[in-house]
Design a protein around this ligand. Structure first.
Ligand code: ATP
Ligand code: MG
Length: 309
């Protein structure tokens, strides 16, 4: 496991077998600060916030991870980028805004309640109880199958495209980053997520058909800009990249040529450790900090922190 000094933010690798307690104190070898390490499994502790803990002018960022194409690592990026940001000392909320509830499943949280329930909640403390803590600095607003009713209930309402944003802003300032996972479509869910966000990450595989998927998201972002004035910037993340595969290399070059200002320098390669970590309901960073995907998600978090601060 990786532990992080909460004062100087230095990261240390600690063999799981070295300590047999779930909560223990550690002394940072760099700054000598003593800090508490909590490695209890997800306990689904609800977050309970009071109105006074919500600071209206706090500096938080909301990012959507999207692509209308399925299986391009949207959910994996959401979980692993979130985990990487927590290692930078950030407090992160992951929003599962997909009826498939893959993100909730992979974090091992039950979707007894979801954003669907939030709609009828008046007070901030009631709303915040739907948010579950999965790691000390990582939280999840889960999904469940009631979310399928959202479009039917909301589409006829004026301003339906802002519903997620309006409710998220009630709690967002408690976090540094809010990452929204979306379904493989550009419908009610993704449009709401984009409207709630400061920034979009379009994940794509380096495959021929993926070029089209990226273009569709880009068009929707343009339409939202024109119709609503919502100025949303975006970057493309190439995921499951296969550096040895010539077709993969060609598509990667094409993406970089077509979107020179809109592509992350970091690429996430195909790595079986990501799949293994999902079986264990963990981020790959927690499962194997030395895996190439772990290093790449940490580099992605670095890139995001550099241009978002
Ligand atoms: N870097 C990686 N290396 C290998 N496999 C990966 C990697 N990232 C994701 N995967 C695998 O690819 C599959 C799809 O990933 P994921 O569920 O994150 O995609 P998605 O875009 O969220 O899918 P959906 O469109 O269904 O929501 C999963 O089986 C996941 O384990
Ligand atoms: Mg998904």
């Amino acid at each position: 496991m990786i532990i992080v000094c909460d004062q100087c933010k230095t990261r240390f690798r600690l063999e799981d077998s070295a300590v047999n307690r779930e909560i223990f104190k550690a002394r940072c070898a760099k700054c000598h600060h003593i800090f508490v390490v909590d490695r209890r499994p997800p306990d689904e502790t609800p977050l309970v916030l009071q109105e006074e803990q919500i600071l209206p002018d706090a500096n938080y960022k909301i990012l959507t991870i999207c692509n209308q194409k399925g299986g391009v690592a949207k959910t994996s990026t959401c979980i692993n980028l979130g985990a990487a940001l927590t290692l930078h000392g950030k407090r992160v909320l992951l929003v599962d805004f997909d009826v498939q509830a893959n993100l909730s499943d992979q974090l091992g949280v039950s979707g007894k309640r979801s954003f669907y329930d939030v709609l009828s909640m008046e007070s901030t403390s009631e709303l915040s109880k739907v948010i579950l803590r999965v790691e000390p600095n990582l939280f999840c607003l889960p999904s469940n199958n009631k979310m399928a009713l959202l479009p039917k209930n909301c589409l006829s309402k004026k301003g339906f495209e802002r519903i997620l944003g309006e409710h998220l802003r009630r709690v967002a300032s408690f976090f540094d980053y809010v990452l929204i996972d979306t379904p493989p479509s550009l419908d009610f869910f993704t449009i709401n997520a984009l409207m709630a966000s400061d920034f979009a990450i379009i994940t794509t595989q380096a495959e021929y058909l993926a070029l089209k998927g990226v273009g569709h998201v880009e068009n929707i972002i343009d339409v939202l800009r024109q119709k609503t004035g919502h100025q949303l910037d975006y970057k493309i993340l190439i995921n499951m990249y296969e550096p040895e595969n010539t077709a993969s290399q060609a598509v990667c070059r094409a993406l970089k040529r077509r979107y020179p200002a809109h592509i992350f320098a970091t690429e996430v390669t195909r790595d079986v450790k990501v799949q293994e970590s999902q079986i264990l309901r963990s981020s790959v960073i927690r499962y194997d900090p030395k895996a190439s995907a772990s290093r790449q998600y940490l580099a992605l978090a670095d890139e995001i922190l550099r241009f978002q601060t």
